[in-house]
Design a protein around this ligand. Structure first.
Ligand code: XIL
Length: 656
C-alpha cells in the first residue's frame, strides 16, 4: 500500500450515486458527509477492514450513502465480511496469489512480468500486449461469491501512459462469464475506483481480474478490495421536466423505452431509478445476445436477463426480447464450426425454443431476426452471415415460424439499421422483403427501425441526419401492409468535439423522430439505445463520436432529453393535444434550440453549468439554462409499480 501518495479519486457509479443520495436529511442521519462511496466507504477506508462486524458497527461505518440507504438488509451482517483479496495492499514484496496470463501469438505477441514496486503491484508488457485487452491479465482466483449479495470493489490504478483497462469479477474457466465488468481509463496519475455491484451468481472459485492488454507498457494497482456490503436502495425519482410528467406518463401516445446494460444495472441505483421513473419498456443491451445466453451449446445462462426481467416486472416496465437470430455476438461454438443446413436449422430452432420458452408470455415483443440485409455484390441483399450462407434465404421465414410457435401471443419483429427512410436503397430492400414475408403468411408483426444517426466531427449532417418526411412516408407504407413500426435503438452520436450547433442538431433529431412516431398510426414505441453517455456503446464502437444519449455522463438530463419532453408536453397525458391541433413532424418550438448540456462537460463552451456540481449539497437539485425544473432525488424508498395509464393507441391491432 502506498500511503504517501495523494490519490486522485474518481467518482465511479457507486460514489456518484452516494453523492446524489446524500441529501440533507440523510446527511443528518449520517452525521456528516462521510466518505463518498456509499456503502463501500467503510470497508475501503479501512483498507479491507471487515464490514459490519456488528450491526451497530455496520451502520456507523457505512453511512456515507446516507444511513438508511444501507438499510436494505437492515443492518444484517454479511455472511463473509472480509476483503476477499488476501494480498491487495502489497506491503511486502510478495506478489502471490496474483497470477499473470499473456495470450502470446505470432501475430499478436504478448508478455507480462509482475513485481511489487514502491508498495504497488506492477505488471509490465515489453514485447507486446496482444490483440485485445483480455489478452493480458493480472488476476487472483478463489473468491467465494454469494448470489444476491452486493460487493464493493475498490482499487487504485495507474499506468506509464494513458490506456483503457478492464476489471472483472467472473468465471475463470470457459465460457469466462463476466459477473461484473467495467472498462476504465487510467493514466500516470494514480486514480482510485469504487464500485458497488449486485452479484447474482454463486461461485466459490470466482476470479478478480485486471485485463490490461493491447499495448506494451506498465500498469500498477494497489489497495485492491472486494468485499460484501449491504444493499443500497433505489432512490425516489421525480422527473426534472417542466411539464412535471415523466416520459412514461405519455404512454398513450408513444411508449418510451431504453436499452439497459448489465454492468450499470447491477451497480447504479440512480440509473435504475431514472429508467423506472421515465420509461415504459427496456431492452437488454447485451444479456440476450447468443454468446451470453447460450455460451455453451445446450447450456443457457439466463441469470442476468432474469434479474433484469424481475426488476422490469416489479417496476411495471415492458420487456423487449433482443435478439434471437443475429450473426454478431454469436458464440464460438456456432461461428467456429461447420454445420450442414439441417444441423444449423436445428441449432437455430433450439436457440429460439430455449430462450423463448424460458420467457414465454412475459415479453410482448421479440426481435426475431436482426440485421440480415446488407450491401452485397453491388446491390442490397441477404448479408453473408453464417446463418444465411448455411441455411439459405429461408432462414428468416423459418426463424419467424419457429418463434411464433414458441410464443403465439408475442409480437415478432425484424430489426435493422439504416432502414428508416423510404427511398433509401437498403430501406426499400427491407420493405420489399417484409412485404414478401407478410404476403407469404410468415408470422411477422412489425419492423424495428434501429435509428442510429449522427452528426460528423466536421459538423456535416449530409449523411448522418435522416430526412423526416422519408421516415414518415416509410412508416405509412408499412402501415398500408399491416406492419407495426417500433423505433428500437435510437441514438444520435456527435462527432467530437462537442459544440452548440451539433447539440442543437441532436435535439431537433430526437424531437422530430419522436414526433414522427407519435403522428404515425402504427408506431407505438420509441426506444433509445442506452440511457446516458456514461455507459454508452458509442465511444468504443465509433471512437470519433460520443454524447449520443439523453442523460449525460453524470446521469444528469441533457438538452436532448428536454427536447423530447417538450414534444410530449404539447399533449395531455391522455394523448389529446393541448390547446388544439399539433403540427406533424415538426420540432417543438424551442426544442431545437435548447441549450446544450455539455455531455460530459468536456467543452467549456457548452458545458452545463450544473453538470457535475449541482448545488453544494451534491446533485439533489439541478437548475440549468435550458429551463429544467429542479431534479429532486431525496429519500431512500424503493419505487413502486407504475400506475396503468390510458392508452390512446391501445385499441390498434397488434399493439399492447
Ligand atoms: C451493441 C451493444 O450496445 C454493445 O454493448 C455491444 O458491444 C455491441 O452491441 N445493433 C443492435 C444492438 O442490434 O444489439 C447493438 O448493441 C447495437 C447495434
Amino acid at each position: 500500500m502506498v500511503v504517501s501518495r495523494s490519490a486522485f479519486k474518481v467518482a465511479a457509479f457507486s460514489s456518484l450515486v452516494a453523492l446524489c443520495l446524500s441529501t440533507h436529511a440523510a446527511r443528518a442521519q449520517a452525521g456528516g458527509s462521510g466518505g463518498s462511496s456509499g456503502a463501500a466507504a467503510g470497508g475501503a477506508g479501512a483498507g479491507g477492514a471487515p464490514v459490519g462486524g456488528s450491526a451497530g458497527a455496520a451502520t456507523g461505518g457505512m453511512t456515507a450513502s446516507g444511513g438508511t440507504a444501507t438499510g436494505g438488509t437492515g443492518g444484517t451482517t454479511p455472511v463473509n465480511p472480509a476483503n476477499l483479496i488476501s494480498n491487495g495492499a502489497f506491503d511486502s514484496d510478495v506478489t502471490d496469489p496474483w497470477w499473470t496470463y499473456a495470450n502470446n501469438t505470432d501475430e499478436n505477441p504478448a508478455d507480462e512480468t509482475i513485481a511489487v514496486n514502491n508498495g504497488q503491484l506492477c505488471a509490465t508488457m515489453t514485447t507486446g500486449g496482444g490483440k485485445n485487452v483480455w489478452d493480458v491479465i493480472l488476476g487472483v482466483s478463489g473468491l467465494s461469491l454469494l448470489p444476491n449479495q452486493y460487493y464493493h470493489i475498490s482499487f487504485t490504478a495507474s499506468a506509464d501512459a494513458d490506456r483503457a483497462i478492464k476489471f472483472k469479477v467472473g468465471l475463470g474457466d470457459k465460457p469466462y462469464t463476466d459477473y461484473f465488468i467495467e472498462q476504465i481509463p487510467i493514466s500516470a496519475t494514480p486514480a482510485t475506483f469504487d464500485y458497488t455491484y449486485l452479484n447474482l451468481r454463486t461461485d466459490p472459485m470466482a476470479q478478480f481480474q485486471f485485463q490490461i492488454g493491447k499495448t506494451t507498457g506498465t500498469v500498477c494497482i494497489d489497495n485492491v478490495v472486494v468485499e460484501p456490503v449491504a444493499a443500497p436502495t433505489m432512490p425516489v425519482y421525480k422527473t426534472p421536466f417542466p411539464s412535471g410528467h415523466p416520459f412514461k406518463d405519455y404512454k398513450s401516445l408513444v411508449k418510451m423505452g431504453t436499452a439497459v446494460d448489465t454492468p450499470i444495472f447491477l451497480s447504479s441505483p440512480l440509473h435504475n431509478a431514472i429508467v423506472a421513473g421515465e420509461f415504459s419498456m427496456i431492452t437488454p443491451a447485451n444479456s440476450m445476445k447468443m454468446n451470453l445466453i447460450q455460451p455453451v451449446q445446450g447450456t443457457f445462462d439466463f441469470t442476468d436477463t432474469d434479474a433484469l426481467v424481475a426488476w422490469a416486472q416489479a417496476n411495471g416496465l415492458e420487456f423487449r426480447g433482443h435478439p434471437l437470430v443475429w450473426h454478431t455476438q454469436a458464440p464460438d461454438w456456432v461461428t467456429g464450426a461447420t454445420f450442414s443446413r439441417d444441423e444449423l436449422i436445428a441449432i437455430m430452432y433450439a436457440h429460439i425454443d430455449g430462450v423463448m420458452s424460458h420467457y414465454v408470455g412475459k415479453f410482448p415483443y421479440w426481435d426475431v431476426v436482426n440485421e440480415a440485409i446488407d450491401q452485397v455484390d453491388g446491390g442490397w441483399g441477404f448479408r453473408k452471415t453464417f446463418w444465411h450462407e448455411t441455411i439459405g434465404d429461408d432462414f428468416i421465414n423459418l426463424a419467424f415460424a419457429r418463434a411464433h410457435a414458441a410464443d403465439p401471443a408475442a409480437k415478432l419483429y425484424y430489426n435493422d439499421y439504416n432502414i428508416e427512410q423510404k427511398g433509401n436503397a437498403k430501406a426499400d430492400k427491407v420493405f420489399e422483403m417484409i412485404k414478401g414475408l407478410k404476403a407469404a403468411g410468415v408470422p411477422i408483426d412489425g419492423v424495428g427501425f434501429q435509428g442510429h444517426y449522427y452528426v460528423e466531427p466536421n459538423g456535416s449532417t449530409s449523411v448522418g441526419l435522416p430526412k423526416m418526411q422519408a421516415i414518415i412516408d416509410n412508416m405509412a407504407r408499412y402501415n398500408d401492409i399491416g406492419i407495426d413500426v417500433q423505433i428500437t435503438e435510437s441514438d444520435f452520436r456527435i462527432g467530437k468535439p462537442l459544440d452548440d450547433a451539433k447539440t442543437q442538431v441532436q435535439n431537433k433529431f430526437y424531437a422530430d423522430f419522436l414526433q414522427a412516431c407519435i403522428d404515425a398510426t402504427n408506431c407505438s414505441h420509441f426506444t433509445v439505445w442506452g440511457l446516458s453517455d456514461v455507459d454508452s456503446w458509442v465511444p468504443s464502437t465509433f471512437p470519433e463520436y460520443d454524447y449520443a444519449h439523453l442523460w449525460d455522463s453524470k446521469l444528469m438530463p441533457k438538452a436532448d432529453a428536454l427536447a423530447v419532453s417538450a414534444v410530449f408536453a404539447k399533449y395531455n397525458v391522455d394523448g389529446t393535444p393541448i390547446g388544439g391541433s399539433v403540427g406533424t413532424g415538426g420540432a417543438p418550438s424551442g426544442a431545437g434550440g435548447a441549450t446544450a448540456s455539455g455531455g460530459s462537460g468536456a467543452s467549456p463552451a457548452t458545458a452545463n453549468p450544473s453538470s457535475g456540481s449541482g448545488d453544494s449539497s451534491g446533485c439533489s437539485f439541478v437548475s440549468r439554462a435550458g429551463g429544467l425544473t429542479p431534479l429532486l432525488l431525496s429519500g431512500f424508498v424503493a419505487i413502486g409499480a407504475l400506475a396503468s395509464r390510458r392508452r390512446r393507441k391501445s385499441a390498434r391491432s397488434g399493439q399492447r
